[in-house]
Design a protein around this ligand. Sequence first.
Ligand SMILES: NC(=O)c1ccc[n+]([C@@H]2O[C@H](COP(=O)([O-])OP(=O)(O)OC[C@H]3O[C@@H](n4cnc5c(N)ncnc54)[C@H](OP(=O)(O)O)[C@@H]3O)[C@@H](O)[C@H]2O)c1
Length: 353
Amino acid sequence: MGSGQRVAVFGAYGHTGRFVVAELVERGYVPIVSGRDAGRLRELAASYGPGPGLDVRPAPVDDPAALDRALAGAVAVINCAGPFAVTAAPVIEAALRAGIPYVDVAAEIEANLDTFAHFGERARAAKAVVIPAMAFFGGLSDLLVTAAMGDWTSADEAHIAYGLSSWHPTAGTRTAGAVSRERRDGRRVRYSGGRLEYHDDALPTLKWSFPEPMGAREVIGEFSMADVVTVPSHLTIPEVRGYMAAEAARDLAAADTPAPVAVGGGEGNGDRRSSQTFVVDVVVRAGGVERRAVARGRDIYAVSAPLAVEAVGWVLAGRTRGVGAGVLSAGAVFDSVGFLGALSAHISVELFR
Ligand SMILES: NC(=O)c1ccc[n+]([C@@H]2O[C@H](COP(=O)([O-])OP(=O)(O)OC[C@H]3O[C@@H](n4cnc5c(N)ncnc54)[C@H](OP(=O)(O)O)[C@@H]3O)[C@@H](O)[C@H]2O)c1
């Protein structure tokens, strides 16, 4: 548990940032809440009432001195402010200056690639741990692929099927999608033949057999999420394919789908999760043999908080599989089965291998 250690959350008053702040408080850390709007940070802190409270330290992303003040005395930083194309580099730079681990929840393929490309060497040299996409997309899926692999070091294919009951996107999700689309000139991306491939093919509609009770569902194939970066960063798998439940993909595409709403009241210590449920069904194949990992839970935004906060706890405790430092994906840095087991209050996982 945190026992009063300070962890900075950049983008603290965003939808995901609030879940991360709540998770840190629950685990005994003192969150330093940072971001560009001082008023919204103060409001967030006030909502926690009297007590040890939150440490409010505003910082725009283009002010290195303010970022340094925000990270002073922190043992780690979690970046929840997207678009990460804008925020990741300056917050990583600040984390490197402060000599503390950096974790983000980025689901922007190009921004995730940039983090590996631009900071790999420097993070290694600085003996710093940088973990991008430590969230539902990218992090959880990578842990599941790694867990399903077991003793395999390579495989022919990995298939990651997202069975979301619905997808009410936040403003941040919509912005991330728009920024990524613009960065790839409206093209699509898939991971095939051992590399990322940009293309203009229509995405196929397929049937995926999710485990019961969900069963067979229509999915959109080649629906690439951050796992096309995180999985190949440490596993030799030439085909990494994503699939998204067709209803959820339609929700995401529709301009009028509302943002997620808390069903448990949402204020104070209430349950701020939405009613959305998820099944992530991962299948890996090697030489005609199939292994599988299935995760179930509620609310893809809410569940990103225990993923990111658990990661900070494991890095601070040195539970990093001897990989040392650098830009690392969740499955590379943590014992995937142990890590997923530690999250059993939030995610139920079954392995078939
Ligand atoms: N990998 C995953 O599974 C996963 C899970 C959850 C979230 N995410 C990603 O995390 C990001 C945030 O999502 P969300 O749901 O929390 O969205 P949100 O509620 O819209 O929050 C976005 C946050 O980012 C801040 N922000 C945006 N641009 C900024 C900038 N230039 N400088 C400083 N702060 C900035 C916003 O502050 P202002 O209000 O002041 O603009 C706000 O605090 C999105 O990119 C989303 O894709 C990924």
